[in-house]
Design a protein around this ligand. Sequence first.
Ligand code: AMP
Ligand code: MG
Length: 421
Amino acid sequence: MTERVLSFEEALAEVLRHAGGVAAPRAVERVGLNEADDRVLATIVRATRDQPPFDRSTRDGYALRAADVRDKLRLVGSLKAGEMWQGKPLGQGEAIEIMTGAPLPAGADAVVMVEHTAVASGVLTVEAGRTLRAGENVVARGAEARVGDSLLPVGRVMGAAEVAVAASCGCVELAVFARPRVAIVATGDELVELPIASYPTHADDKAVVMDGPPGESQIYNSNSYALAALVRGEGGEAVRLAIARDTLEDLRARIAEARGAELVLLSGGVSMGKFDLVEQVLREAGAEFYFTGAMIQPGKPVVFGRLASGPFFFGLPGNPVSTQVCFHLFVAPLLRALAGRSSVAPDFVEARLAEDVRGGAKVTRFLPAEMKSAWDGVTVRVVGWQGSGDVAANARGNCYCALPAGAETLVKGETVRVLLR
Ligand code: AMP
Ligand code: MG
């Protein structure tokens, strides 16, 4: 068996290379604007009219000619948002009361804020010393966008800002990419399934689905559920298959079932143990391996590849923190690409260490950590843990603090990279 263990940077580059080669998903569906959150746009959203569609007052005040600001001005009318000025174009020495969002009347070229004025018997005066330039407190028609301009590109994830743009263009429905199907297979003889049906329902589910607590040597399968949540969070459709026992037969059956998906995530069975058979079964199935390990901790045994004329797969180390770290580092970028997103790289930020951290590892480490993002800065503190099986410690953190391979002890106040989750 030829092993291909890469540095963290090489492994990430390999994933990003494959993510970059993923063609846009073919399947497109239409969803209502209210159901569009987190979906990925399959067509450009264009401005359906100039924005703003008229010269818009940005203040409550008085529309006038900027050059007249020093004169005593005659008030000739009042204009609310939603109304067009129907009177004669505004002449020299005239002003019209105007509200925020109302179209500037013809003849006016600026708006003076109500706070800077006084009105007595229909005569407006602007506070002494106040100047006004043409265009002040007005956004000209088309200054934000011209009709036909591209406002949202293909591949953009719909968030509140994007929904506002679509609504402002009158989009009732949007074309979005279908969610990629991701098959999730947990492996291990020690695992006990929760009494939640998997898909498809297997005859042997009866044997593994149990209501009572696990036996003394057993543990609940938590990875399938964590992975399903992570997959949904990245825009995928999670298809949880039944647990594969640590037998060639069971693994073969599950991999055969998973073939119809666009991505297969296996957890467990990729380390050096006697019953770690996942790689062997993948090879048998004609898999091509892009890497069979990465110099990271947790997560070193992670494998990435593709089944012959089939889906991409990741073999994720079974320890729950390893599984999740590898998801954020490697699975998320590929899944984002399969979902049609244009921005796929894992999310890193910089933060200052709130406490010293002991370094010295030969691998790049991603330690569960708690990040505080405050107005006066972003700090991060590594949480105490019992290693990569410690789901509780992982949940006490909210991110992973990255320690570069070979780094010596890092001291409080130093800047480190943080992997967001
Ligand atoms: P493995 O990668 O199969 O050697 O498993 C490493 C560790 O992760 C072992 O302690 C397993 O019991 C644990 N583990 C494996 N799969 C899961 C799972 N689906 N849920 C929770 N723990 C798991
Ligand atoms: Mg195992």
